[in-house]
Design a protein around this ligand. Structure first.
Ligand code: ADP
Ligand code: MG
Length: 415
């Protein structure tokens, strides 16, 4: 049996286009509804119809969804937002930090309205949210061109709304936003504190969602962390799927750099890739900025791209690059293990102190390349103690993968 909601979502939008004694042809102007009815309900509807009108009775679905021009006449709809054709799924580098969000976005582009609705992607600035949103739009444009896909920035949504209120064109506004098959709204956090916008948006969203149409949001924060967001909107956002994007790890940053360089026709040296990736950790947009600046510099000065050239090219962008000292490393290790610098440099050989001390010696050796006597002196120890420490840590890394990963992350902090 169908519930009221199912009826409203799937049966009510259908209308008959052709009635014959032995059949009826139905359609809807929303192809998601038509698809869903075909996949899930057609047989049941037909069974009921046969019991009423005879065993020969057929229900046909008209496949003639109106063409996009017919359904959204330019005069009455608002302009969408241009899409960046570089922002596709195939250009998106997937790593542990964004895997979940990317998979959810792809699933939505394959089965809009059927899997996660709404899909809410969130994460810090420059981590690929807009990229994924454009990718959904472009995948749908090519796989299902009959669908009306609208991408809007929230800023644009708010401006259109204000404009339409002022010009008394709310019908055009509603038509644009309520008649789409898929609504992609970027940076929804900008709706915060704008009451009238939230009100209008709530109704738009309800209309879309209750008729099975896909909505995807991006935001720089999870719904609970957007101040000034109405409770009813907050809870609507939580009805579908929340997927976060974290800053990419070193490996993913390297892969992104290689991909972006390749797209511009460059093949970078591995140490150049590492050099740039290590210095920009939190924001892919900045990472890309560094790459573009490097490429431009190399072209203008007609020099090959080496680490030295990159260092010069990026010297203004990366002023924070300063030389690490042994004291920095010792402070870092002490902090990590929750002990005092004085302990690290002291005499105690308790394991809780000795291990961090060995780690410090190891890192100083690997990162600063100091000699063993120099390292020994820092800790008031004999140089053989430093040799032993470096050797021990090396061996432990080889036998203990967790420890190895910890040390890798320690080193990333300094290089
Ligand atoms: P956000 O909307 O999260 O602020 P964008 O989607 O605008 O970030 O991404 C910023 C830039 O970083 C874009 O040029 C985008 O192509 C790029 N980018 C981010 N993540 C990736 C990724 N995983 N693979 C490739 N490019 C990425
Ligand atoms: Mg964005």
């Amino acid at each position: 049996m169908l519930g009221d909601d199912d009826f409203t979502s799937w049966i009510a939008p259908l209308s008959a286009v052709e009635e014959k004694p032995q059949s009826i042809k139905v359609t809807s102007d929303n192809s998601i509804v038509t698809d869903w009815v075909r996949d899930h309900l057609l047989r049941d509807i037909e069974t009921v119809a046969k019991s009423q009108f005879g065993a020969e009775f057929r229900i046909l679905l008209a496949d003639d969804s109106p063409s996009p021009q017919e359904v959204s006449p330019q005069v009455d709809s608002l302009p969408g937002h241009p899409l960046n054709n570089q922002f596709t799924f195939s250009n998106f580098v997937v790593g542990p930090s964004n895997q979940f969000a990317a998979a959810a976005a792809e699933a939505v582009s394959e089965r809009p309205g059927q899997v996660y609705n709404p899909l809410y992607l969130y994460g810090g600035s420059g981590l690929g949210k807009t990229h994924l949103l454009h990718a959904i739009a472009q995948a749908l444009h090519s796989s299902r061109p009959q669908l009306r896909v609208q991408y809007f920035t929230t800023e644009q949504f708010v401006n259109e709304l204000i404009n339409c209120i002022r010009k008394k064109r709310m019908d055009a506004f509603r038509q644009t936003f309520r008649n789409v098959d898929i609504l992609l709204l970027d940076d929804i956090q900008f709706i915060a504190g704008k009451e009238r916008t939230q009100e209008e948006f709530f109704h738009t969203f309800n209309t879309l969602q209750s008729t099975g149409r896909q909505v995807v949001f991006t935001s720089d924060a999870r719904p609970a962390d957007i101040p000034g967001l109405e409770e009813r909107l907050r809870s609507r956002f939580l009805q579908g799927l929340l997927a976060d994007i974290q800053p990419p790890d070193l490996e993913t940053r390297c892969a992104i750099l290689r991909e972006k360089a390749r797209a511009s026709g460059w093949d970078l040296l591995e140490d150049v890739v590492l050099f740039i990736s290590r210095r920009v950790q939190k924001n892919v947009r900045e990472l890309e900025g560094c790459l573009n600046r490097t490429l431009a510099y190399a072209q203008l000065t007609n020099r090959p791209i080496t680490v030295d050239v990159v260092r010069t090219a990026l010297s203004e962008l990366l002023p924070e690059e300063r030389t690490t000292t042994a004291a920095d490393i010792i402070r870092f290790v002490a902090h990590h293990y929750g002990i005092r610098v004085a302990d690290l440099k002291g005499r105690s050989n308790r394991r809780s102190i000795a291990l961090p001390r060995q780690v410090s010696m190891y890192l100083i050796r690997k990162i600063l390349n100091l000699s063993f006597p120099e390292i020994g002196r820092i800790f008031s120890k004999h140089h053989s103690t430093a040799i032993y420490a470096v050797d021990t840590i090396q061996k432990t890394r080889q036998s203990n993968p967790d420890f190895d990963a910890t040390l890798t992350s320690f080193k990333e902090n300094f290089t």
